[in-house]
Design a protein around this ligand. Structure first.
Ligand code: PHE
Length: 355
């Protein structure tokens, strides 16, 4: 009996102290665990002779209940204090004024891609996509640029494996191959997207954006190409009159090939498109090479057409007066806030593209 009293006094006084959950759990197992003090006392009952047995059992039960109750009380206190702490932390003052609502902005490159897609869809182009990670066949070989062709070196390619089979596409032209190999002509598509070359300065970034154009049908000629680009530039810059010139160039996948410059001038520090006598290169183009058509099983005797590749970032810089290409990709929130567009203002040709 004195043993029981000792246990009771010792543990009740322990339970008076400030305890945390793990300390309480320890007390619980010290008393009621498999080899706990109280559990061991219960095991003794069987070996005690009457009449002590009855009294011992009754005393033990009373002490067990007392200790149990003290533990429960302690657990209860902890629970309540935890709830109170939480409430204290999560206090909301509903009388405070609302926080300024910060709205996201559309990046000028995304806006420009939307504008370009809208302009070309007006004249029957649909939008295609291709992956950033390409194989060398689609990026080069099928585009009439075989192994060891010098044009491969011009591209500063990021190869992804030792055998130079996988790469980050250096232009959007592989989408021409993807589109033509899975469908039948005619084709009239644009393909905007990211492209990669190992190159970086004020006007070059290792990742940049292009939009590919491809129109293949019966009797398509260079006049159609010129008309299409003329329409596009006018719509994109929202001007009536443009100056455009075709310079002979070379791409393995087009013959003849040309680069297109647009005329501009700088007035009061602002760039004005369509006037003046300065020229700015904005795209490469040409009539699709018969070898490219053969590579995708299109008969060049029946079908011909043109292709072009426009640098999107350059167009965005010109239209929105941004003078360092690298700022596009710096993720500076203040810059985005200044040059970005309202997400609800989707560009359409009817409503005006950029207003
Ligand atoms: N792919 C070429 C480049 O990146 C551009 C281009 C596309 C030229 C289509 C002609 C036809 O430089």
């Amino acid at each position: 009996m004195s043993d029981l009293k000792k246990i009771k006094d010792e543990f009740l006084s322990k339970l008076q102290k400030k305890l945390d959950l793990s300390e309480i759990n320890k007390i619980k197992s010290d008393l009621f665990g498999k080899n706990g003090l109280i559990s061991s006392e219960f095991k003794k009952i069987g070996s005690i002779a009457e009449p002590e047995k009855k009294k011992f059992a009754s005393d033990l039960n009373i002490i067990k209940d007392e200790l149990q109750e003290a533990i429960n009380l302690k657990l209860n206190q902890i629970e309540i204090s935890e709830i109170n702490q939480k409430l204290e932390k999560e206090k909301v003052d509903v009388t405070l004024p609302e926080r300024t609502f910060i709205r996201g902005k559309i990046h000028p490159v995304s806006q420009t891609i939307d504008e370009i897609s809208s302009i070309f869809s007006e004249i029957g182009f649909s939008v295609e996509e291709g992956p950033d990670v390409e194989n060398e066949h689609n990026n080069f070989t099928a585009l009439n640029t075989p192994d060891n062709h010098p044009a491969r070196d011009m591209h500063d390619t990021f190869y992804l494996d030792k055998n130079k089979k996988k790469l980050l596409r250096t232009h959007t032209s592989p989408v021409q191959i993807r589109t033509m190999s899975k469908n039948k002509p005619p084709f009239k598509i644009i393909a905007p997207g990211r492209t990669y070359r190992s190159d970086s300065d004020q006007t070059h970034a290792p990742m940049f954006h292009q939009v590919e154009g491809l129109h293949i049908d019966k009797n398509i000629n260079m006049g159609h190409l010129k008309g299409c680009l003329n329409y596009f530039i006018k719509e994109f810059f929202e001007i009536e009159k443009i100056k455009m010139r075709f310079r002979p160039s070379h791409f393995p996948f087009t013959e003849p090939s040309a680069e297109v410059d647009i005329g501009y001038e700088i007035k009061d520090g602002k760039i004005i498109i369509g006037e003046g006598n300065k020229w700015l290169e904005i795209l490469g183009c040409g009539m699709v090479h018969p070898n490219v058509l053969k590579n995708v099983k299109v008969d060049p005797k029946n079908y011909q057409g043109y292709a072009f590749g426009i640098g999107i970032d350059r167009l965005a810089m010109l239209k929105y007066g941004i003078n360092d290409l690298r700022s596009f990709f710096e993720c500076d929130y203040r810059w985005l806030n200044h040059f970005g567009f309202d997400p609800l203002d989707v560009p359409t040709n009817y409503r005006g593209l950029s207003r």
